[in-house]
Design a binder for this molecule. Structure first.
Ligand code: PLP
Length: 392
């Protein structure tokens, strides 16, 4: 049977201005497993929608319709079971800008903003660039997966200086996906100590066990004291459009966030980006979302088996979702993170340095690997790594 999507296809990304495949810096033959993106062709309805805009010879000021917010709300309803009101949604030019707008509205200069570590480093930089203070709560990691340190979480939530918590669910870099019990516990802490919760759900389509639970669905309190940031960028490989949306159900807080969005009037909202966003989310690409998640999950199963049988010096922190994973490389025996990274650099497999994921810059012997590649590329890269480790 002919497959509808060919995720095995290797695309020459030198034609693209891809940051991950930057051939000005990438060594020939190296595989950049350090970019949190997939390497699959984006869905045809998206390409058609963008082409339809591009084919007309004028790119003038656009008017915007309700289709953008309706598409985003519809996707939340269909895919994640959240009865999301389109009126709660605003366009933002990316997840991190969305978080920044919310921080500006719900916290003050000097306030503490809590996040789990390891953390996607732009969370830290946006908090700091907005003159707020980063506080980390370390996740506990083991081969079984990542988990919250609840004692530490309560200590940090209860600090009167802590005004907001950035939750990344599914979590980059560990692939941890929150259960209902965990989200309810966060909600209890948030309620008890008056901490606003900002949730980055950009990886929500990649959940391998159970289903993704949008944080605001946990309770009425959570709905009214949180903001969720979403983007089709990861699922559909459309990050270059710089789209995104922030969802704030609380009317007063929504207005407060919107004031900051309006202060930079229309930033990054383009006719092509809006067309792509709508095509991703309005139902035309749901089958692609299912198929890409299934393919990536197969990659993970393959990767897990490979590490266990052929590269046991590297230990996987078992992810529940996402397409990045957190690898414990302490078994390779390097004395420092710098030596570990120098070794990996020479293998032709580019991985993200664990040092980038902690405020203290100590990588603790960990790296992040992105594995949403055509399977043959993934296999080739892991074999390179295996050979290099054998030669150590
Ligand atoms: C957890 C997380 N949030 C946000 C982003 C960036 O999102 P956007 O496509 O909106 O720039 C990434 C990309 O790596 C990510 O992994």
């Amino acid at each position: 049977m002919e497959r509808k999507f060919n995720f095995d296809q290797i695309l020459d990304r030198t034609r693209e201005r891809s940051k991950t495949w930057d051939f000005r810096t990438l060594k020939p033959g190296a595989l950049p497993m350090n970019g949190a993106e997939t390497h699959y062709a984006c869905p045809i309805p998206v390409r058609e929608a963008v082409k339809a805009v591009a084919d007309w010879p004028i790119y003038g000021y656009p008017y915007f319709t309700e289709e953008f917010v309706n598409a985003a709300a519809g996707y939340q309803k269909r895919r994640h079971g959240w009865d999301c009101n389109p009126a709660w949604i605003e366009f933002v030019g990316g997840i991190v800008p969305g978080i920044a707008f919310v921080l500006q509205a719900v916290t003050q200069v000097g306030d503490q903003v809590l996040m789990n570590a390891p953390a996607y480093s732009p969370f830290r930089s946006t908090v700091e660039a907005n003159d707020r203070v980063v506080v980390e709560s370390m996740l506990k990691v083991s081969p079984e997966g990542a988990s919250f340190d609840w004692e530490d979480m309560e200590r940090k939530f209860s600090d009167p200086g802590t005004r907001a918590f950035i939750l990344c669910d599914p979590h980059n870099p560990t692939g941890k996906c929150c259960t209902m019990e965990e989200l309810a516990r966060i909600d209890t802490l948030a309620r008890q100590y008056g901490v606003f919760v900002i949730v980055d759900e950009v990886h929500a389509d990649f959940v391998f066990r159970g289903r993704h639970i949008p944080y605001p669905t946990v309770s009425e309190y959570a709905r009214l004291h949180s903001a969720v940031v979403i983007n089709p960028s990861k699922t559909f490989n459309v990050a270059g459009f710089r789209t995104g949306a922030v969802i704030i159900p609380n009317e007063g807080l929504h207005a407060a966030v919107n004031k900051h969005i309006l202060a930079v009037k229309g930033i990054s909202r383009t006719i092509t980006g809006v067309a792509a966003f709508e095509a991703c989310y309005d139902g035309r690409c749901d089958d692609y979302a299912d198929a890409v998640c299934a393919y990536v999950r197969e990659n993970l199963l393959w990767l897990e088996a490979f590490l266990k049988t052929r590269l046991s010096q590297v230990s996987l922190v078992r992810p529940d979702g996402c397409f990045v994973c957190w690898l414990d490389c302490n078994g390779l025996g390097f004395a420092t993170q710098k030596e570990l990274m120098a070794f990996l650099d020479g293998t032709g497999v580019m991985l993200s340095d664990g040092s980038d994921y902690f405020a203290d810059g100590d990588g603790r012997g960990y790296v992040r690997m992105a594995y949403a590649f055509p399977r043959s590329q993934l296999q080739e890269a892991l074999e390179h790594l295996e050979n290099a480790v054998s030669a150590l």
